[in-house]
Design a protein around this ligand. Structure first.
Ligand code: ADP
Ligand code: MG
Length: 556
């Protein structure tokens, strides 16, 4: 690709339709696109952030405050903007929270980089400076972070509540944060080195509409949304023997399509009898094993249903594969695939209860290794946004337990970092020093936007914050309700250190990725993205933003 000189003649190796933007133009183009994405989520940051309403091409509506959800639903088709969306996705995967922060900081890094480029500072110097600053920031986060006692429930609840603020979950944060902390503690085990290990795979979140949020609960087990296969089956058992089955209770199908030629009615009867016999035998085996409850991933023949009911066995069919796998942790037994080899050792134990209210089977047990957070809310929109908030909170509480380090939020850590990075910049030689300073300024975007979104004066807030940090109060952050500066850690605004480190590194990586590009060679037309060029303007604004209304009124 590109052009090469051959004996003084430029050799054209690109097709005629191909578009090319180089150097400064390429950087400006990319920075504008990336910043547009960052601007789009900024107003949702923090407890006073607003929500976005996203309407997809089918008219389905999502109302959310969650950075990664906004960006993935936005249907962005600008390649640079997509790189920023990837930052949010990485952040979501790695930390589960802090996506808005990561994207907003990436945008601010690029904005500040643009100023440096205007001063003719070479992109490689900026990239190096950002990299240095990011490494240093991680060290400083570690230095500022406080160790957490995994048994300190109150602190863990604060971590959950901080993550939920500004989200749909906030209105019921006392109950929900308690459920989250209990849930995480249920799936925490002690590792070999005594370090707690949190396995959120054993914590399932299920949602149900038509209820009040405060009816949400934590089950030491799982809820199965299925009916019994037969009306005459019992529905409630205490300490039942439970069989988990992943084969059907049906007449065995022949391998190939077989044709049976019947010559007399007797033959037909004996053919049917043999089928009935097979089913009867299968049920017999289940009954002999001592099973009270059969949870089957596949189908159960009508006749078998009838036999099971006669034996007083509760059977449920077509249970989801994931539920069956989860159930092995609840009942403490493996999944059975072969009824011929079934013995009583293959059965697990659990309490099984049918709730008449919500028509769910609750399978619970004292020794259950899995728990289910049953999230309830009035409508799908409410429950969906609740679930996003809860998933984030579960991740951060899990992290706080396993990583063991937490920080003061509300802009406290960012102000402290900015101040420490400015000190560090003095020791950096060359033009990289300016990039380190630009990085420090970019990190301060967080308290600035928190203040802005709360309707406060960001300059006043920043001046006050800096003064507090100068005088040695590293946990001074913004009280977004009063506008005062306070010890946010004491006030219960607590975040896990790992998510913050991750947010800073992914923001830096994204910014550096964009800065490294000095040449855009496109097979298609770039002009759509080019005109405008202003962040947030039609140029930078990636496709799909047209469907995005302003705030639907976040939680106040
Ligand atoms: P993200 O997607 O980055 O997690 P959020 O909208 O969840 O974005 O906002 C997180 C920011 O809000 C963090 O900087 C956190 O410290 C701050 N925050 C959360 N709760 C409070 C609070 N009660 N007071 C002040 N700041 C808060
Ligand atoms: Mg958050």
């Amino acid at each position: 690709m590109g052009q090469r000189m051959q004996q003084g003649q430029p050799m054209i190796v690109m097709s005629e339709d191909a578009q090319r933007v180089k150097d400064k133009d390429a950087q400006e183009h990319n920075i504008a696109a990336a910043r547009a994405v960052a601007e789009a989520v900024r107003s949702t940051l923090g407890p006073k952030g607003m929500d976005k309403m996203l309407v997809d091409s089918l008219g389905d509506v999502t109302v959310t405050n969650d950075g990664v959800t906004i960006l993935t639903e936005m249907d962005i088709d600008n390649p640079t903007a997509e790189m920023v969306v990837e930052v949010a996705e990485t952040q979501e995967d790695e930390a589960g929270d802090g996506t808005t922060t990561a994207v907003a900081v990436a945008g601010e890094l690029l904005k500040n980089a643009e100023d440096l480029l205007d001063q003719d500072i070479h992109p490689t110097a900026i990239i190096r400076g950002f990299h240095l600053a990011s490494e240093r920031a991680r060290e400083e986060v570690d230095d500022v972070a406080q160790a957490i006692d995994p048994d300190d429930e109150e602190l863990l609840r604060s971590v959950a509540e901080t993550s939920m603020t500004g989200k749909g979950a906030e209105l019921n944060k006392e109950l929900l944060s308690q459920l989250i902390v209990d849930g995480v503690r249920n799936v925490t085990v002690e590792g070999e080195d005594g370090q707690p290990i949190v396995d959120l795979e054993f914590l399932k979140v299920e949602t149900q509409t038509g209820y009040a949020v405060d009816e949400s609960e934590l089950l030491e087990g799982v809820a199965i949304d299925k009916d019994p296969v037969h009306d005459d089956m019992p529905r409630d058992f205490e300490d039942a023997n439970v069989l988990l089955l992943d084969t059907s209770i049906e007449v065995e199908e022949t391998e190939v399509d077989a044709q049976v030629n019947l010559e007399s009615p007797d033959q037909l009867q004996s053919f049917l009898d043999s089928e009935e016999e097979q089913l009867r035998e299968q049920v017999q085996k289940i009954n002999e094993s001592g099973a009270d409850v059969v949870l089957c991933q596949k189908g159960i023949d009508d006749l078998a249903q009838h036999f099971l009911a006669k034996e007083g066995i509760l059977a449920v069919r077509r249970v989801k594969k994931s539920d069956i796998e989860f159930l092995t942790e609840i009942v403490g037994a493996p999944v059975v695939s072969d009824l011929d080899a079934l013995s009583s050792d293959d059965l697990g134990r659990a309490d099984v209860r049918r709730s008449h209210d919500d028509e769910l089977f609750y399978v619970t047990g004292e020794d259950a290794h899995g728990v289910t957070l049953l999230l309830r809310g009035s409508t799908d929109h409410v429950v969906d946004e609740l679930e996003r908030g809860i998933e984030d909170a579960l991740d951060v509480v899990g992290q706080a337990v396993s990583d063991g380090r937490v920080l003061a939020g509300g802009g406290a850590i960012e102000t402290e970092l900015a101040s420490r990075l400015r000190d560090y910049a003095d020791s950096v030689e060359g033009r990289e020093q300016l990039a380190v300073e630009a990085f420090a300024d970019a990190v301060e975007l967080v308290p600035r936007v928190l203040s802005e979104n709360a309707g406060l004066d960001p300059i006043d807030s920043l001046v006050d914050l800096r003064a507090e940090h100068e005088s040695g109060n590293a946990r001074a952050g913004l009280n977004v309700h009063s506008g005062e500066i306070e010890d946010t850690f004491e006030a219960g605004v607590v975040e896990p250190a790992h998510a913050k480190e991750q947010a800073l590194s992914s923001a830096t990586e994204a910014a550096n990725l964009v800065l490294k590009i000095d040449d855009i060679i496109s097979a298609g037309d770039l002009s759509d993205d080019e005109e405008g060029g202003e962040p947030g303007g039609p140029g930078g604004a990636p496709g799909g933003m047209g469907g995005m209304g302003g705030g639907m009124g976040g939680m106040m």
